[in-house]
Design a protein around this ligand. Sequence first.
Ligand SMILES: Nc1ncnc2c1ncn2[C@@H]1O[C@H](COP(=O)(O)OP(=O)(O)O)[C@@H](O)[C@H]1O
Ligand SMILES: [Mg+2]
Length: 346
Amino acid sequence: MIPGILDALLEPALLLDPAGRVAMANTAARDRLGVWMMGRSYISVLRQPALLAPVEDAYAHGTEGTARFTQSSGEVDTLYSVRVSPIRAEGERQRHVLLVFRDVSELNAAPTMRRDFVANVSHELKTPLTAVMGFVETLQGPAREDPKGRDRFLALMAQELSRMNRLVSDLLSLSRLEGQSRRRPTGRVDLAELITDLIAALEPGAADNDVDIEFDSPPTAMAPGDRDQLTQVVTNLVENAVKYGARPGIVTVTLRRVTREPVIRGPAWRIAVTDRGAGIPPEHIPRLTERFYRVDTGRSREQGGTGLGLAIVKHIINRHRGRLQITSELGKGTTVTVTLPAEVNA
Ligand SMILES: Nc1ncnc2c1ncn2[C@@H]1O[C@H](COP(=O)(O)OP(=O)(O)O)[C@@H](O)[C@H]1O
Ligand SMILES: [Mg+2]
């Protein structure tokens, strides 16, 4: 056999000799499966029974087969689909066996993610639904002749139903965004005006919680973008700063021009929303844009959160070819920064 021939394959590949020992291992196999295997028996190298059976069949009967092989290194498992092929060189009576390892971890992860998502949605809907059913039963039974109790239960029901309503709206937003992720927005927006308007709308609610909102901005800030979606982005960031910031407290929003943002490769607008709350422990920060990820689920629910806000924000910013950064210092507060291209061809 030609030495090194297996290096032409990008996937890990092993050639077993007729005695069942590793005769060749390509670079990918040495890097990903370990270098210690040359000359050793396949039984001690592979060890996983699911893979041993097809190899035995290949030797004994000359049959091709596939098998699953899982490799664990540290925290990550890599799942391979292994093609087992008997090979008989011309004039030789005994067989070699070739194993080619195809990494199928990602193919496998997509259905798992979908399953997790469906499980999460069901759970999030089930909680308010169960509460509403409980209130209905109470109203039909013990609270029937009690006008005061009735009003209280109706108010609680309205609260649970509006939670479900928010959840469904957020889910619809997400699915719409996923459908249009490759289409860039076509509108033009004055960010200064957009933020001024939405702060005016959020101020009364913030004031009820003793939170002031400050805004520092140039008079106009034109950018390509979808007005409704950018409103959704800044609204969510300001609402988070009000919800998870300090009370009483101040939320500061700044809008600045950046002449050249390296990643965007052109002029940009930078929106920063800063609160002076408890901050976010660093291990959570990279995961905040995952759907339903919350640092403190109880607190988020109490505040009427769905855990989908930042996932929506991330989708909208990606669609606008912008960037999202979250920095936080425990005990000091959090700053969320959104950078958006200021010109279409940036
Ligand atoms: N300014 C902030 N300060 C502290 N934690 C925050 C802040 N913004 C977001 N978070 C955390 O990130 C989580 C996800 O945010 P988000 O997706 O908007 O969900 P929601 O607001 O519905 O809880 C929140 O539940 C909260 O734990
Ligand atoms: Mg939110």
